[in-house]
Design a protein around this ligand. Structure first.
Ligand SMILES: Nc1nc2c(c(=O)[nH]1)N[C@H]1C(S)=C(S)[C@@H](COP(=O)(O)OP(=O)(O)OC[C@H]3O[C@@H](n4cnc5c(N)ncnc54)[C@H](O)[C@@H]3O)O[C@H]1N2
Ligand code: MOO
Length: 417
């Protein structure tokens, strides 16, 4: 909980005098000296999605491993039209390939190996079968409809770099490269809690003055999506000793992420509790809307990231700070947030000073035009759910007009891994 006359914690690392801290600076401080977890494990491709490769992977074979036909048809011994005498039948997977001579053809089904002597593969739709003289094809360029051995990658080629976070595309590639098990880094272990006397577990009956904890389910899902192993520490009260005890108990994790209790009122105990527990921490006001107050630090092996309580602020902290933190711990290359250039569908009366993220909807049309949802607010969830993504404007931008250029971040890029 916060009070309006909130005193800020005195902190030598806090840049209050110098104004608000840039998101990049706050992120750099949070990430300073964070090393990837070093343990690795071997997992089957069927359990590898979301994991981070510990080593660069070399292909064990060429892909395709042999020249193969891309279509159902006839492998013909010359440029056509023939006729070509059909001397064999090869479905996918067949071995024992005949040699095809100049006046000959072989019946081939998609995926079959192309025997020596084949000039090109004629699609069956373009061929005519003469019962006496054989198959008559169109005129064909050499190699037409043949996928050449090694045209995708060659044996020994580095197909994926260490640090790649595996998604379904990578799994297909690894399998094609002859790999069934990969060395991945251990998942970063992240402890997660929400702080606040007013918080109720989701599903619990309503009570006077209480609200349900939205942040823990949201952040748990976000962290899991980033590849972390989340350990739920539940709800903690606005009591410093209780929070300190929980932080001490979680000091062997790789990270502790929490929300609530960071804005600096007499009921905001996260920074004090971190110090009581023997950790170090700093409080910052970030030039970010939503998500201004932030506490970062460390205890034991755990890097701590304590986010503001308002759900939209906690979400912004999740993708701006927790995401690169988990990526760093996981040893993953983090390309940062991907945004698309877009134009505003309507004006936006805003003041400069903080980088801002606002829920927005895509407008149908040939150009990327985005409509900011009115009255978003850092405590409101309906605009967030109605939106297709977030509009981002820089710290220095003032009021914006219809058609002004903005960045748009689709939720698929923010909320997914
Ligand atoms: N005098 C000032 N007051 C506030 C300032 C300020 O600059 N001066 N900043 C505001 C901003 S911005 C934010 S964000 C909040 C952050 O405060 P805390 O991190 O200390 O968070 P709380 O006070 O505990 O909670 C804020 C708000 O969010 C609700 N909340 C908290 N946790 C959850 C949760 N897990 N799920 C759903 N909702 C949650 C809480 O009940 C409060 O309503 O401070 C402002 N105040
Ligand atoms: O961090 Mo606060 O939500 O900017 O509202």
């Amino acid at each position: 909980m916060t009070t309006s006359a909130a005193p800020r914690p005195a902190d030598p690392n806090c840049d209050l005098q110098a104004g608000l801290l840039d998101v990049e600076t706050a992120r750099a401080r949070l990430l300073a000296d964070v090393q990837p977890v070093w343990e690795m494990e071997h997992v089957s491709l069927f359990a590898a999605v979301g994991r981070v490769l510990a080593n660069t992977v070399l292909a064990t074979s060429d892909m395709p491993p042999f020249d193969r036909t891309a279509v159902d048809g006839y492998g013909v011994g010359g440029p056509g039209p023939g006729p070509f005498q059909v001397v064999g039948y090869l479905p996918a997977g067949a071995g024992g390939l005949p040699r095809v001579g100049a006046g000959e053809a072989v019946r081939l089904l998609t995926g079959a190996a192309v025997p020596e002597g084949v000039w090109a593969v004629a699609m069956q739709e373009g061929c005519r079968m003469d019962p006496r003289s054989g198959v008559v094809s169109p005129t064909l360029m050499r190699g037409a409809n043949i996928r050449r051995r090694g045209e995708d990658f060659g044996a020994g080629e580095a197909v994926l770099e260490a640090g790649t976070r595996l998604d379904p595309r990578h799994l297909a590639l690894l399998a094609a490269a002859g790999i069934g098990t990969v060395a991945v880094r251990r998942r970063p272990r992240v402890a997660l809690f929400s702080a606040g006397d007013e918080l109720l577990e989701p599903g619990m009956p309503h009570a006077p003055g209480a609200i349900h904890d939205s942040n823990r389910p949201m952040l748990a899902a976000l962290l899991q999506g980033l590849g972390a192993e989340v350990h739920d520490l539940g709800l903690l009260p606005d009591r410093r000793p209780a929070i300190a005890a929980a932080l001490e108990g979680a000091s062997r994790f790789d990270s502790i992420v929490a929300s609530g209790g960071v804005s600096g009122s007499e009921a905001d105990h996260l920074l004090g509790a971190l110090r009581d527990a023997g950790g170090q921490g700093s409080w910052c006001a970030v030039a970010l809307k939503p998500g201004k107050p932030l506490v970062y630090g460390g205890i034991g092996t755990a890097r701590c990231l304590f986010l503001p309580g308002n759900p939209m602020a906690a979400l912004a902290g999740g993708f701006l700070f927790a995401r690169p933190l988990v990526a760093r711990l996981a040893g993953a290359a983090d390309g940062g947030l991907r945004s698309l250039p877009a134009r505003l569908a309507s004006g936006w009366d805003r003041k400069p000073g903080r980088e801002e993220f606002a829920p927005a909807m895509l407008r149908p049309g040939p150009d990327l035009v985005v409509e900011r949802i009115s009255k978003p607010g850092s405590a409101r969830l309906m605009p967030l759910v109605a939106a297709d993504g977030l509009v981002r404007v820089g710290r220095d931008a003032g009021a914006l007009r219809v058609g002004d250029a903005v960045e748009f971040l689709p939720f698929a890029g923010i909320l997914g891994g």
